[in-house]
Design a protein. Structure first.
Length: 230
């Protein structure tokens, strides 16, 4: 629990899904050294999305490292029956769970369970789901994640219509609730996504699919840094 304690006003979150898994700890260490604090961990079950991604075993390996650097793990559960997986996420060092409204028939119960396990709680909605449905499901959550791709894998283009959806979401949520965006966030799209109202910006391929992830992370942060008033 504690998004408003962990996360700065704006966070660029490296999405581990796009990492080089033969060098995962090393890459995360470089990113932590470059200032990354919130790491996005994508769990896919081969059912809610066609892809199987990473899960508790990987989380258990990396969470001591990430916590040792003062970081946190934000778990995006692209799975059916998400509540079945909250306990494993908590036990293996996850700090927060975000579940899809399309996969959950009782969001208040899911949020209460996350709280009971000491986890942060987020609600995420797909491009085909209405903003209003997501807002209705989000009462008591820390964040709402607006997908700007169809969830599944890294490297897809940003869907431009997500900008209006982010802005509408921001206007409907209480101020203390964070707005996250995930999918196709890169040098050209991060500024518009931030301007539309997102403050947690997930980036997979834009961070990892190049020779220097730490430099790529810094450039993304630079693109959304607010000018110092003087
Ligand atoms: C995919 C995941 C994303 C993914 C984003 O469905 O939820 O977090 O890693 O990758 P990019 O930033 O490349 O779209
Ligand atoms: Zn994700």
């Amino acid at each position: 629990m504690g998004w408003n304690r962990w996360a700065r006003r704006v966070e660029v979150e490296p999405s581990l899904y796009a990492a080089d898994f033969s060098r995962l700890g090393e890459q995360l260490g470089e990113l932590a050294g470059a200032g990354a604090r919130v790491f996005h961990f994508d769990v896919g079950d081969g059912h809610f999305i066609p892809e199987i991604t990473i899960g508790p075993i990987v989380l258990a390996s990396i969470s001591p490292l990430v916590h040792g650097w003062g970081g946190v793990l934000d778990c995006h559960l692209m799975v059916s029956e998400p509540e079945r997986h909250f306990e494993a996420a908590a036990k293996t060092g996850g700090d927060s769970v975000t579940f899809h409204v399309e996969a959950c028939d009782d969001p208040p119960r899911a949020i209460a369970l996350a709280r009971k396990l000491g986890l942060g709680a987020g609600v995420v909605f797909n491009p085909g789901t209405s903003v209003e449905d997501a807002v209705r499901a989000s009462e008591g959550a820390d964040l709402v994640l607006c997908m700007s791709i169809h969830p599944g894998y890294s490297g897809q283009p940003f869907m431009p219509e997500a900008l209006d959806r982010i802005a509408r979401l921001r206007s409907l949520l209480p101020d203390e609730m964070r707005v996250q965006v995930d999918g196709g966030v890169h040098a050209e799209t991060i500024g518009p996504a931030r301007a539309a109202g997102a403050d947690l910006l997930v980036a997979g391929s834009a961070v990892f699919w190049n020779d220097a992830p730490a430099a790529a992370y810094r450039a993304l942060v630079g693109a959304v840094s607010e000018p110092v008033r003087g």
